[in-house]
Design a protein around this ligand. Sequence first.
Ligand code: FE2
Ligand code: FE2
Length: 292
Amino acid sequence: MAATATYADRQTKTGVVIGATYEGRDPALLERMLPLVDYIEVTLETISEMEDGELRLSDSVMGELKNLGNAVQTIVHGVSLSIGSHEGWSPMYLRLLDDFVEQVDVAWHSEHLGYTKVDGQHLGIMLAMPRTEEALDMLCKRVNAIQERYRLPFLLENIVHVVPDCPADYSDAAFLNALADRTGCGLILDVYNLECDAHNHGFDISAFLNELQFAHVRELHVACGVEHNGLLLDVHSQRTRSSTVELAQRVIRRSPGGIKVVVYEFMPEAIPGLGHTAIAEELARLREAFTD
Ligand SMILES: [Fe+2]
Ligand SMILES: [Fe+2]
């Protein structure tokens, strides 16, 4: 499709621009989004298809993304690397990433600070890392190896806590600080995930923010899910709540210059329910909230 806007390292008053999820296969949505975003966040597993027992990037989605030219910058956000699995990460994810970066210019790439498998068995959920010295050492080696392999900025994201914490050597913020200090990786702060943790088990967001070294934070995520049986779920199916936007603004005020982009995340499955118009309105609202 023809590009409708040109990315040109746009300067905004806050130094922050807007990004949004785009997983291909919906050119009409992309056309609505392009004038409103400077980055699209692509999840490789979502734009892939199973072929002969192997997950491969979809040719049609890759064609769409390659066609974008300089209309927007692309950031890759993975979900299945499982960087925290003690037995090793997913080689399949790295094959997808190898293939992607050969074909599309990537501004940076990222994953979740957690694990999705144990002893090779998929959990069907992503769990947060035990915050121990041993886990930190293992993660640092892996982050260094990834940075060496791709020579691109690499960011890790805070995820929600769905099971009680193991005994820890570090607080949540201190673990992120140490990981970024030791490896030079960046951080994504998903502020909706912080809200889920606060709602679900009394996580103290202010104490976390007081301890976090904001210099490492490059990207913020905003999203919204639903409440189920009293739990706030980190499914990305709704427009953002004003509390989420206000929390992200609070973080930006404390991070002079480091944060490049606020990404609005929504699942492809949520698009029919949200509708293209609501997504475009949400992006316009976020631009007003974060870039003016
Ligand atoms: Fe994420
Ligand atoms: Fe996120």
